[in-house]
Design a protein around this ligand. Structure first.
Ligand SMILES: [Zn+2]
Ligand SMILES: [Zn+2]
Ligand SMILES: [Zn+2]
Length: 200
């Protein structure tokens, strides 16, 4: 390869990756580690569920804090596409920010900048964000994260369901949607609730 990038304004940078791991120990405790050494992690604990929740939220927090850079190299490609060995491809397209997490293993969360060609080939991936079509000017500030308005959850939560007979004719208005929270595709903008495990 003799391709040279002389245009400094579009200088390519390596794709970033953050890896959060849940590591078990012999004494049945576990610990969460992040590839960013500066991150504060909770102490070792036997409360695996709490640590797992922390790890998932920590990965989401890294994803939210990262602005996808349109001139980043594909992190997957830089690893020789080891994440999808059976389906080789050539890196192309816009840069996307992905979350990799295999729920059956449940121990590793990876947030990575990869290309649009690799992203759909990597198993257990959620695309969190895409690079802007055009590189943002340095004077532009990233949009402030939207704070979701408090939802009037009490309206439905306080609604008691009568235990007796309900007329089938009256059920058509709800279609059962209320029971299922609408999942919005795309980016997760919910603020991470950081629970610090009981530490003095
Ligand atoms: Zn971290
Ligand atoms: Zn790849
Ligand atoms: Zn790629």
């Amino acid at each position: 390869m003799t391709t040279a990038y002389n245009d400094t304004s579009t200088e390519r940078v390596p794709g970033r990756a953050w890896t959060i791991r849940l590591t078990g120990h012999a004494d049945r405790t576990a610990a969460v580690t992040c590839s960013t050494a500066a991150c504060r992690m909770p102490p070792r604990s036997k409360d695996i569920a709490a640590l797992r929740a922390f790890a998932a939220q920590h990965a989401a927090a890294h994803a939210r804090a990262a602005t996808v850079r349109p001139h980043a190299y594909c992190h997957c490609g830089s690893q020789r596409c080891a994440a999808h060995p059976g389906t080789p491809t050539h890196c192309a397209g816009t840069v996307v920010l992905i979350l990799r997490h295999d729920p059956t293993v449940g121990r590793v969360w990876s947030v990575e900048e990869v290309c649009a060609a690799c992203a759909p080939l990597i198993p257990h991936v959620t695309v969190l964000a895409r690079a802007a079509a055009r590189p943002p000017r340095t004077t532009d500030k990233p949009p402030a994260p939207r704070t979701p308005a408090p939802t009037p959850a009490s309206a439905s939560a306080g609604q008691a369901v009568p235990g007796g007979f309900s007329s089938p004719a009256t059920t058509s208005f709800s279609d059962g949607d209320e029971a299922r929270p609408a999942r919005r595709p795309g980016r997760a903008l919910r603020p991470a609730r950081r629970r610090r495990p009981g530490r003095a």
